[in-house]
Ligand binder design. Structure first.
Ligand code: A3P
Length: 313
């Protein structure tokens, strides 16, 4: 049987968003770096989901770090509070395992007390056991203009720390519009989960970054209800929800020492400075980077792609 590497070497490929020779490959309709595709293939073969699992799904740069923090804080609130939470000393990515990296080869290396896992895999390529089991999926999406700008800065900051050069913003923009971004096309990613959430509203909670920023308390309660960890009226009276919202706020998390100077996956080739996951956390920052023409181009692709879906971004 062909190895994963052999299969990947036959896939269509495009240059990634940096000057390194790290290409993006088209696997089952989405573009991805080979390292992650190997993880996805392996997870498809090996990962066994449990009914109690809560799977946090997203395309990159849509609010994953925040959603992981909120969900982790909700699930662990009877063990920890806002002065003892592991989120105060660890990046949320270190509290929630990543399917295609941490759990790709085995489902047995999980903390049995932690039902959370996360993935960027599109709905159509999720391991069968996640689709078939009664586990819950929570998906977050974001306006594509802000998501693109966030993505570009992430790659630029990552490149600086790894001695690489990012492509120019205009080139990355063209690639993004063509769907060529890690786990892109972005719109297909969002639509996959959107349609699945309409078919299976009891299994998939579909969230928007902008709506969560607008009324975080409301969405934290919704999230908690959906994943089976509802807040009691006693907890609400005691301010439990507000404490979680404030502990997971951009201001609080981005100013923690661990998120200013710590590193994720230290000692591995995938090492990333934690601070790269925190930039501005604002809605509408695209206005500072995209020309009106670029914004119109992205809006028009978004309108065309989402046409008839009932979804707006
Ligand atoms: P910006 O680059 O627009 O600031 P992801 O977590 O999926 O990688 O997405 C990263 C984006 O989420 C970044 O957006 C980052 O600043 C923002 N973010 C990180 N933590 C956040 C938080 N606690 N609240 C709101 N936004 C947050």
């Amino acid at each position: 049987m062909a190895s994963f590497k052999e299969i990947i070497s036959t896939l269509p490929r495009r240059k990634g968003w940096t000057d390194s020779n790290n290409d993006l490959f088209l696997y089952r309709g989405f573009w991805c770096y080979s390292f992650f595709i190997e993880g996805v293939m392996s997870a498809q073969q090996n990962f066994q989901s449990q009914p109690s699992d809560i799977v946090i799904c997203s395309a990159p740069k849509t609010g994953t770090t925040w959603l992981k923090s909120l969900t982790f804080a909700i699930v662990t609130r009877t063990t920890f509070d806002d002065s003892t939470s592991p989120l105060l000393a660890n990046l949320s990515h270190d509290c929630v395992p990543f399917l295609e990296v941490d759990l790709a080869h085995s489902s047995t290396n999980r903390d049995p007390k932690n039902p959370l896992l996360a993935t960027h895999v599109p709905y159509s390529s999720l391991p069968r056991s996640i689709i078939d089991s009664s586990c819950k999926i929570v998906y977050i999406c974001r306006n594509p203009k802000d998501s693109f700008v966030s993505f570009y800065h992430f790659i630029a900051r990552l490149s600086a720390s790894k001695d690489m050069k990012p492509v120019a913003l205009e080139e990355a923009f063209e690639l993004y519009c063509q769907g060529v971004s890690n786990y892109g096309p972005y719109w297909d990613h969002v639509l996959g989960f959107w349609k699945a959430s309409l078919d299976r509203p009891d299994k998939i909670l579909f969230l928007k970054y902008e709506e969560m920023i607008e009324d975080t308390v409301l969405y934290v309660k919704k999230l908690a209800d959906f994943i089976g960890y509802p807040f009691s009226s006693e907890e609400i009276k005691k301010g439990s929800v507000d404490k979680i919202v404030s502990m997971c706020s951009f201001e609080k998390l981005s100013n923690l020492e661990v998120n200013k100077s710590g590193k994720h996956r230290e000692g591995t080739p995938g090492v990333i400075e934690n601070k790269i996951y925190f930039r501005k956390g604002k809605v509408g920052d695209w206005e500072n980077y995209l020309t009106p023409e670029m914004a119109a181009q992205l809006d028009s692709i978004t309108l065309q792609k989402l046409n008839g879906s009932g979804l707006t971004l």
